[in-house]
Design a protein around this ligand. Sequence first.
Ligand code: 5RP
Length: 227
Amino acid sequence: MSDRETEKRLAAEAAVALVEEGMAIGLGTGSTAAYAIRKLGERVKSGLAVRALPTSAQTADLAREVGIPLIGFDRVTSLDMTLDGADEIDPALNLIKGGGGALFREKIVAAASRRLIIFADSSKRVDTLGRFPLPLEVNPFGWQVAAEQVRALGAQVSLRSRDGTLFTTDNQGYILDCLFDTIEDPAALERKLKAIVGIVETGLFVGMAEMACVAVGETVHEILPAN
Ligand code: 5RP
């Protein structure tokens, strides 16, 4: 396992250690989240009773495979804790998410959770957000209009495709990857983006994370938001 993969696994496992008996848990999406899902599956096999709400079809599939009981918003409208990865984490624990395209469901699940715990390898920590292109989920009809308005805010915008095929989300949306370089005021940018018609949700998670478990080598740091 590479150093990066070891960091992902250790960070994810530290977050899973916070899960307690009886909790309703939101489960994030991505390669780091996969480590958390597998670890939670081990704990369930050892007798831990939890229910989990997945943020993507990919996460639901893996959770089923490892034996984690799943629930939906038809059964619960609030969750004890959500465990999720991130693409960038700033010192205030503002995040860029959506590299895996699940940002819309991830944000709904995070918003429904009393606690949002993020886990990541050391490469995800940044002083200022924006080097990672910010993913935005947009409605397929008229996405070009939204893209033009995001360009006017200073971003280089590209419509996401994978292997030459247009990427569609679990909600049949498109993703715009928007390179801002630096996002000095994430809250202000979030307000501007949310005012653009056609943007369904943004990958900016501002003031939502309670703690980040970040592994540096073999040590996991539990990071709280800096003021
Ligand atoms: C998916 C996400 C992921 O949490 C984010 O992209 C990090 O993924 P990975 O753990 O694979 O680096 O937001 O929408």
